[in-house]
Design a protein around this ligand. Structure first.
Ligand code: AMP
Ligand code: GLY
Length: 421
């Protein structure tokens, strides 16, 4: 059973459905895309009792958790206490994502390179600190805020406003009780996704996200507007450094802290002139990065995830399609702000005939045999190609075949890797 309803979960369902070991696949709650490959089970993701009930009623052998909220809420601890097998970190280990103050503290302790930062639990002291800054700062709500809790402020005056919104106006609720204020780093960003189990770490092929809504990385941040894999900036030297200086020490630090990490560890990095530095950790697969990554993964994902849960990760062999993949997210007009839902999506049947193209559904729903929009990010149109330019062209050709009212997508996904602006 896959838990979640985004493009990441459709990609997980798509890859798991190919496993020869699979007998039956469920997705809770899923979307119109997962419904074609799995049995969708309607459920509220915050209702851990209901999720446990579904696992028990359907005699689920392995549950795979997509999003961070149930992980941070302790779904893994609950399932394990009930004797249910589940892929993902415990609540204690998921704090590496759910509590940015804890992550910062642990990074300092383990000498993991990251932006210099300070933690504030009091508005006044945060304000006094920002007032002394002459250069830009980044203000982060410490708790989960659906990717929206980070304010990059080249002008410290904007940082004061962000601090007030988070700590006083509580735009993210209790998530704003604690704030991290850190130095503004410059460089190219890179996502590194790894599996961690016991003392073993397996680093996936690289991928690059596009967080801002607008072309040329302009406008507010989103959950991610597109991704490509591999990322040419992730040279073998960079990857070796990330593994040795970031992944290994943080996994050790978590274990020493009584919170051994088992699941997907995702490091969001800035490649600075001084080397890679951590912007954040996530405790789960990235979305949309997982879509191009899983299109390139050869081998049995079910076997791989089961190996993580059973702590025998070193036994599994995974190969990667050398061909690059590009994923372009089609979103509802207005996202990441207010947007409409319920618009009919046309052209999906035709795109499904195109070889080496997968349309992963995110915010979609089936209504009277029609697929309609049901979220901000609607589809992840993903294509493989012999080279990155071909994968990019294919993905955009497929995007051009799909229509729904208000559809928006970035036009420059993967341009950076092709030497564009
Ligand atoms: P996070 O959720 O912490 O990864 O932050 C979201 C985005 O904000 C990142 O992908 C970066 O684009 C940006 N960001 C976060 N921290 C910093 C930083 N210290 N310096 C510059 N940009 C940052
Ligand atoms: N694509 C960014 C994330 O999954 O957090």
């Amino acid at each position: 059973m896959v838990i979640g309803s985004g493009g990441r979960e459709h990609a997980l369902v798509w890859a798991l459905a190919r496993s020869p070991r699979l007998t039956k696949l469920f997705c809770a709650p899923g979307n119109a895309g997962t419904a074609r490959l799995a049995t969708n089970l309607p459920v509220d993701l915050t209702d851990l009792d209901a999720l446990m009930g579904l696992a028990q009623q359907n005699a689920i052998d392995l549950t795979v958790v997509g999003p961070e909220a149930p992980l941070c809420a302790g779904i893994v601890d609950r399932f394990q206490a009930a004797g249910l097998r589940i892929f993902g970190p415990s609540a204690a280990a998921a704090r590496i994502e759910g509590d940015k103050a804890y992550a910062k503290h642990l990074m300092k302790q383990a000498s993991v390179p990251t932006a210099e930062g300070r933690i504030f639990r009091n508005y006044q002291s945060g304000r006094d600190f920002i007032a002394t800054r002459e250069t830009g700062v980044v203000v982060k709500a410490a708790g989960l805020a659906a990717g929206k809790g980070v304010f990059v402020c080249p002008d410290p005056a904007d940082a004061l406003l962000a601090l007030e919104n988070i700590m006083v106006n509580r735009i993210f609720g209790d998530t704003g009780e604690t704030v991290v204020v850190e130095e503004l780093l410059k460089g190219q960003e890179l996502s590194v996704i790894a599996l961690a189990s016991g003392r073993t770490i397996y680093v996936f092929e690289t991928a690059q996200d596009h967080k801002p809504i607008g072309d040329g990385d302009t406008g507010p941040n989103t959950g991610g507007m597109g991704a490509y894999s591999p990322a040419p900036i992730a040279t073998p030297e960079v990857m070796a450094r990330v593994e040795a200086d970031v992944l290994v020490p943080i996994v050790d630090a978590l274990r020493n802290d009584g919170a051994p990490f088992c699941g997907v560890l995702y490091a969001g990095l800035m490649l600075t002139p001084g080397g890679p530095k951590v912007l954040e950790f996530n405790c789960r697969f990235g979305d949309p990065e997982t879509q191009p990554l899983l299109m390139r993964m050869r081998g049995d994902l079910l076997e791989l995830l089961a190996a993580v849960v059973d702590d025998r990760l070193e036994d599994v062999q995974i190969d990667w399609d050398p061909r690059p993949a590009v994923c372009v997210v089609m979103a509802a007009g207005g996202y990441p702000g207010k947007y409409e839902t319920g618009h009919v999506i046309e052209g999906l049947d035709r795109v499904e005939q195109v070889p080496d193209v997968c349309v992963f559904h995110a915010g979609t729903r089936e209504v009277e045999h029609m697929t309609v929009t049901a979220g901000g990010r609607v589809l992840g149109v993903t294509a493989l190609g012999d080279d990155l330019a071909t994968a990019q062209r294919r993905a955009y050709e497929a995007v051009g075949m799909i229509r729904f009212q208000g559809a928006y997508h970035r036009r420059d996904i993967a341009a950076k890797a092709l030497g564009g602006p």
